[in-house]
Design a protein around this ligand. Structure first.
Ligand SMILES: Cc1cc2nc3c(=O)[nH]c(=O)nc-3n(C[C@H](O)[C@H](O)[C@H](O)COP(=O)(O)OP(=O)(O)OC[C@H]3O[C@@H](n4cnc5c(N)ncnc54)[C@H](O)[C@@H]3O)c2cc1C
Length: 384
């Protein structure tokens, strides 16, 4: 592969949903000379391994607003980008078992409704009436939003990438950034496995590897990688369609309908931070056990395959979006803590405004780098 030396107006590090959507919206705004650097192929990191959930049901108002902004893009995706992304509004059903969780759900519902999200509050009887395949014997109540759903993350990323290239973005795959040059506190360029690029603006969109890129610019980013495993069943039609995303909050377990089977996953509270991506049979058995408890019919489903990807987690489960105050030219769109796919379109739009020097449409304080030095800010609680 040829090596090069070059210049760019903006360099984006990372070809997942964040980097690709940002590249597209920067180019759409007329910014010329954008280079996106991806050490692997596009969307092979967390984005391609995500289960594609899109929901309004967050506890933090800023995340609800990001979802609303992104949903507008998902709804018009086919028209704008010419790609069918398999967007289905199958809904999200959150279930609470513990009284404390239930009270927290109700507080979130107030926030969600205040922002115009059509969320229903359901008791045990209503839940089993609508989804008779669920075991709700230990459920205190649930919340359902029919406007939630899922889409195919790879197709979304590819839709953005195709349009970004058409607008002139240089997408360089198999190109790893190995160092960032800093002159008088300001970023000045990147060193890659294929050569150097001088640039006044660098966007860190490196997902679970964000902290490593931060260190290259002497910026400590509190973003840790955690393995998350997911499993897909063979064709399964015992439950009437559409099967929503069912989130068992207290068990940190979820499943949803997929064509033609089900996808399920769970967080392991004992998972240490790290980059390893093996699936593990013993954990799969625990996931199946949680699934059969919540929806006994799943006993008849056969697991087709499993995979593991990485969450990119911050201390308060909210992302870091925007410039780093003491490192002019260095911007971040990192730390999405397991819900970044759905916020990619909104974050791409926001990043393009910030780089162009325009004020963002929403208050980014909850996502600022400096929030970690303040106390009591309060992060996102609806995390699985
Ligand atoms: C199992 C699982 C399920 C999930 N389910 C959902 C869901 O339902 N809904 C949702 O919204 N989110 C979900 N997520 C989270 C979501 O996938 C991530 O938040 C999102 O994809 C993050 O996108 P990104 O672009 O920041 O990171 P990535 O997609 O990881 O992209 C970062 C890229 O940076 C590249 N890179 C790293 N270092 C370098 C370097 N030195 N030089 C060049 N390139 C580099 C990597 O190769 C990678 O391609 C899930 C994640 C997992 C693992």
């Amino acid at each position: 592969m040829a090596s090069w030396k070059g210049t760019a107006e903006v360099v984006i590090i990372g070809g997942g949903i964040m980097g690709i959507a940002t590249a597209y919206y920067l180019a759409e705004r007329g910014i010329q000379d954008i280079i996106l650097l991806e050490r692997d192929l596009l969307a092979q990191g967390s984005t391609g391994l995500s289960v594609g959930g899109i929901r309004h049901q967050f506890s933090h108002p800023a995340n609800i607003r990001l979802s609303q902004q992104s949903v507008r893009v998902f709804e018009g995706f086919r028209e704008e980008f010419g790609v069918d992304i398999g967007y289905h509004k199958a809904g999200y059903l959150f279930l609470a078992g513990k009284e404390e969780t239930w009270r927290d759900f109700l507080a979130s519902v107030e926030t969600q409704r205040r922002l115009g999200v059509p969320v229903e509050v359901l008791d045990q009887t209503e839940i089993s009436g609508r989804w008779p395949y669920l075991n709700v014997s230990d459920v205190r109540g649930g919340t359902f939003c029919a406007e939630d759903g899922y889409a195919d993350p790879y197709l979304v990323a590819m839709g953005f990438a195709h349009s970004a290239r058409r607008l002139g973005v240089r997408v360089e795959e198999l190109t790893r950034v190995t160092a960032i040059q800093v002159h008088n506190d300001r970023v000045g360029g990147v060193v890659t496995t294929r050569g150097d690029v001088q640039t006044p603006i660098i966007i860190n969109a490196a997902g679970p590897w964000a902290a490593e890129i931060g260190r290259m610019a002497a910026v400590e980013l509190p973003v840790l990688p955690y393995r998350r495993q997911a499993f897909m069943t063979q064709s399964f039609d015992l439950f009437p369609k559409p099967v929503p995303m069912v989130i068992d909050q207290d068990a940190a377990f979820y499943f949803r309908g997929a064509d033609p089977g089900l996808i399920m996953g769970m967080s392991d509270p004992n998972e240490p931070s790290g980059f390893h991506l093996q699936t593990d049979r013993e954990f799969m058995e625990r996931v199946v056990e949680a699934a059969v408890h919540r929806a006994p019919g799943i006993e008849n489903a056969r697991i087709l395959r499993g995979w593991a990807g990485l969450y990119e987690v911050t201390p308060d489960d909210n992302p870091i979006i925007g410039p780093i105050p003491f490192r002019p030219g260095f911007f971040c769109a990192v730390g999405f803590s397991g819900h970044g796919f759905q916020h990619g379109p909104a974050v791409g739009q926001i990043m393009s405004r910030l780089v162009a020097g325009e004020p963002p449409e929403l208050d980014l304080e909850p996502f600022s780098y400096v929030r970690f030095s303040r106390s009591g800010a309060g992060g996102e609680r609806r995390v699985v």
